[in-house]
Design a binder for this molecule. Structure first.
Ligand SMILES: NC(=O)c1ccc[n+]([C@@H]2O[C@H](COP(=O)([O-])OP(=O)(O)OC[C@H]3O[C@@H](n4cnc5c(N)ncnc54)[C@H](O)[C@@H]3O)[C@@H](O)[C@H]2O)c1
Length: 324
C-alpha cells in the first residue's frame, strides 16, 4: 500500500453539505486541500458547513449535479468525490426521481468533470448495491440480490448504474476512478428525522419515547462512526494503484437491532421501552455486514472507534440539537 504524495489539491465534493460530506470537507481542509462543496440542499443543509463559511480554502456552491457543472473547480479539480444522493429510505422514498437522477445523470456529469480536469474520481456507492444479500459477510466480489422494481430500486439500482458508469469511464476515458460501498454510518449531523436506526433510537431515547423496533429486532446491522468512514474515503481516493477498485467501507462488528437498542439505552441513560412494529419498507435486509479485508490490505484502513464511544459522541450532538 502506498499513499499518494501529490501534495494538496482542489477537491470537488458533491453532497458536501450532507452528513458524511460535511465531515469529509472538514477532514480535507484539515489535510491542507482546497474544497469546493456542491450541494442543492435536498437532504443536506448549509448549516452543516456553516462553520466553514469564512475558511479561506472552502467554497460552497449551490448546484444540482443532475445539471452539468461549470463553476469553481470544474476546470482545475485534482479530485472529484461524488457523494450527492439521498441516503436513507425516508430520503430516497421522498425524493425517488431525484435519487434516480443524481446517481445516474449526476454521476455521469461528475465523471465528465473529472475527465475534463484529469482528476481522480471517487464514487460513494452503498452496501445497498448488494440488495438483500444471500452471502455473509459481503465481499466486493458478491454481485448482490437486488429487486429491480421494488421501493428501494430508485436507490439500489441507480447506485448500481453509477458503478457501471464509473467502470465504463475508466475503460473508455482512462479516468483514475474508484468505487466505495459505504455501509451504515452514524455520527453528528446525521439528520434527526431521516428514519435511520441510529438517529431514531438516540432521539427517541433522549426524549423518553419508546424505541421503535421494525420487525422482531433480530435483523443485524453494523455501524461505522463517521470519522472512520471519512478516513477510509480519503485513503481510497489517495492510495496509488486503486484505479478501478471497489472497496467496502464499514464496521464489521455486527449487532442485532435489539442489542443495539440496549447499547443506546445504556449510553443515554434512558428508561425508554422497546416497541415492536411491522417492518416499514419491503426488502429490508435481514443481515448486513461488510468484509473489509480488501480495504485493510490495500488501503491499510480499518475502523477505530468502538460503538460505545461513537454512540457517546453522537448522543452528545443529538442532545445539543434537541435542546436547541
Ligand atoms: N450514511 C450512510 O450510512 C450511507 C450508507 C451508504 C451509502 N451512503 C452514501 O454516502 C453519500 C452521503 O450520504 P449521507 O448519509 O451523508 O446523506 P445526506 O443526505 O446527509 O447527504 C447527501 C447530500 O447530497 C445532497 N444532494 C442530493 N441530491 C443532490 C443533487 N442533485 N445535487 C447536489 N447535491 C445533492 C443533499 O442535499 C445532501 O447534502 C450518499 O451518496 C449515500 O448514498 C451513505
Amino acid at each position: 500500500m502506498r499513499h499518494s504524495n501529490q501534495g494538496t489539491m482542489n477537491v470537488l465534493v458533491t453532497g458536501g453539505a450532507g452528513f458524511i460530506g460535511s465531515h469529509l470537507c472538514d477532514a480535507l481542509l484539515d489535510a491542507g486541500h482546497t474544497v469546493v462543496c456542491l450541494d442543492n440542499f435536498l437532504t443536506g443543509s448549509p448549516e452543516n458547513v456553516a462553520h466553514l463559511r469564512e475558511h479561506p480554502r472552502f467554497t460552497l456552491v449551490e448546484h444540482d449535479v443532475i445539471e452539468p457543472y461549470s463553476g469553481p473547480g470544474s476546470e482545475d479539480a485534482g479530485a472529484v468525490m461524488h457523494l450527492a444522493s439521498p441516503a436513507s429510505p425516508v430520503g430516497y422514498r421522498t425524493h425517488a426521481i431525484d435519487t434516480l437522477l443524481v446517481n445516474s445523470a449526476g454521476t455521469v456529469n461528475m465523471l465528465r468533470t473529472a475527465t475534463q480536469c484529469g482528476a481522480r474520481f471517487l464514487l460513494a456507492s452503498t452496501s445497498e448495491a448488494y440488495g438483500d444479500p444471500l452471502e455473509h459477510p459481503q465481499t466486493e466480489e458478491y454481485w448482490g440480490n437486488v429487486n429491480p422494481i421494488g421501493l428501494r430500486a430508485c436507490y439500489d439500482e441507480a447506485k448500481r448504474f453509477g458503478e457501471a458508469a464509473t467502470m465504463e469511464w475508466i475503460r473508455q476515458f482512462d479516468v483514475d476512478a474508484r468505487i466505495v460501498r459505504i455501509f451504515n454510518t452514524y455520527g453528528p449531523r446525521n439528520q434527526l428525522d431521516d428514519g435511520r436506526v441510529v438517529p431514531n433510537f438516540i432521539t427517541q431515547a433522549l426524549r423518553g419515547e419508546p424505541l421503535t423496533i421494525y420487525g422482531d429486532g433480530s435483523q443485524t446491522r453494523s455501524f461505522a462512526y463517521v470519522s472512520d468512514l471519512v478516513d477510509g474515503l480519503q485513503k481510497a481516493l489517495f492510495t496509488d494503484g486503486t484505479k478501478g477498485e471497489v472497496f467496502n467501507l464499514g464496521n464489521p462488528d455486527e449487532f442485532t437491532i435489539l442489542e443495539f437498542a440496549q447499547e443506546v439505552l445504556a449510553v443515554t441513560g434512558s428508561r425508554s421501552r422497546l416497541e415492536r412494529v411491522a417492518p416499514q419498507f419491503e426488502d429490508d435486509p435481514s443481515r448486513r455486514r461488510p468484509d473489509i479485508t480488501k480495504a485493510r490490505t490495500i488501503l491499510g484502513w480499518e475502523p477505530k472507534v468502538p460503538l460505545r464511544e461513537g454512540l457517546e459522541r453522537a448522543a452528545a450532538w443529538y442532545r445539543t440539537k434537541l435542546g436547541a
